[in-house]
Design a protein around this ligand. Structure first.
Ligand code: TIU
Length: 222
């Protein structure tokens, strides 16, 4: 069984019972004119995660690991978007408004889709989620149960928002969540760092933190 170097300690994982979960690597968060930029963020800060994600995605595909992509977004009629989410803050455009990549954070629009660099293959699972966590109001938990998954290798954006929420949800459901730190990013570098520290503190209170290089090393030993 591969052993992954991680903090606060290394972790063995069974490839057949492990999923690579790539959270919300969507044009809406990483490209100009999307939801992330509408909130006033510097979207360039998220680019650091793209190349490491591409590397682990390729390795997971080669290892025939289950690959799951998630996308945050809402139905065109906004029936799954809480008014409290739509009205929040002073964004330049709100959820559902028309931007250069179509309606902001709406399912089926170009901006809500995954960035081309990490585009899912037809056999990979894509979970559309209305919230920050991948478990809330989705089939994600059922997919994990169907494949008898016990370990999640988690990548994506943003570290302290959708990655953290998903890891917290997964940890409470008994999944061993390993965050691949260099495959995640935040609009706030200090939140990224603190978010990773929060996961691994207290003996791994929410899970483990590793990185793309250590995962490749673990998979090379198989
Ligand atoms: N704004 C922000 O940091 N994140 C989100 O709204 N969603 C995700 O993290 N995917």
């Amino acid at each position: 069984m591969p052993k992954l170097a991680a903090q606060p300690q290394s972790i063995d994982f069974d490839i057949a019972r492990t999923a690579l979960v790539i959270i919300d690597m969507q044009r809406d968060f990483l490209e100009p004119g999307g939801f992330g930029e509408s909130l006033g963020n510097d979207i360039s800060l998220l680019r650091n995660a793209v190349a490491p994600c591409a590397v682990v995605l390729e390795a997971a595909r080669a290892a025939e690991m289950l690959v799951i992509h998630t996308r945050e977004g809402h139905l065109p009629d906004l029936s799954d978007a809480p008014p409290s989410k739509i009205s929040r803050g002073q964004p330049s455009k709100r959820i559902g408004d028309i931007g250069p990549m179509g309606r902001i954070l709406i399912r089926g629009e170009p901006g809500q889709d995954i960035i081309p660099e990490l585009y899912p293959l037809p056999n990979e699972v894509v979970i559309d989620k209305p919230g920050k966590g991948a478990f809330y109001a989705t089939e994600f938990g059922d997919v994990l149960k169907k494949h008898a998954i016990e370990t999640l290798l988690v990548c994506g954006v943003t570290t302290e928002v959708c990655v953290h929420t998903t890891v917290r949800e997964g940890n409470d459901r008994g999944y061993r969540c390993v965050v691949l730190g260099d495959c995640c990013a935040s609009y706030f570098p200090e939140f990224h760092e603190a978010g990773l520290r929060m996961v691994r503190a207290q003996g791994g209170i929410f899970g483990w933190v590793s990185n793309s290089r250590q995962l490749l090393t673990a998979l090379a030993d198989v």
